[in-house]
Design a protein around this ligand. Structure first.
Ligand SMILES: [Zn+2]
Length: 157
């Protein structure tokens, strides 16, 4: 199972071999297996064992969706919006090459709304129960950096 908004994560029921070893993919050699574990192409695996039946394989995929994909999706911007953001960036790179002063004016406008939106998004994430570690991870910075940067603007929930 694959979802567009979380590239690099493909969920599947990984066959559990009799020795307890977990096959690395659903299509690995699996003549003798005792059940399925929810697994992801990124290396994540769940602990709960599902029966070695087609229903068990389905249950494992559902488990992947619930335990692994759903939290990732919550932190992933929609892919169509990422595409738009990349297009905007490319257009501004071109503008900066041709008309640098026009690009500067536009970038200043973007910076002013970006700062406001960033504060609002951090405040909303904290109100929804996100930890400083989760805020930092979403921004690609450490938990400490996120806390220090936003604690004064963002009231504690
Ligand atoms: Zn994954």
């Amino acid at each position: 199972m694959k979802l567009d908004d979380i590239p690099g994560h493909e969920g599947y029921g990984a066959p559990i071999l009799p020795g307890g070893e977990v096959a690395r993919s659903a299509t690995a050699f699996t003549r003798d297996f005792v059940g399925y574990l929810a697994a992801c192409s990124c290396g994540w695996t769940d602990r709960r064992q599902h029966p070695p039946t087609p229903e068990g394989a389905k249950e494992a995929e559902t488990q992947w969706l619930r335990r692994h994909a759903t939290p990732l999706l919550a932190a992933a911007p929609p892919s169509w919006l990422v595409v738009k953001s990349n297009v905007l960036c490319e257009l501004i790179v071109n503008l900066a090459a041709e008309r640098p002063l026009a690009a500067l004016k536009l970038l200043s406008q973007v910076e002013s709304w970006q700062r406001t939106l960033l504060d609002q998004a951090v405040a909303a994430a904290r109100r929804n129960g996100a930890s400083w570690a989760e805020v930092g991870e979403a921004m690609g910075i450490s938990k400490q950096a996120a806390h220090e940067r936003f604690r004064s603007q963002v009231p504690s929930p």
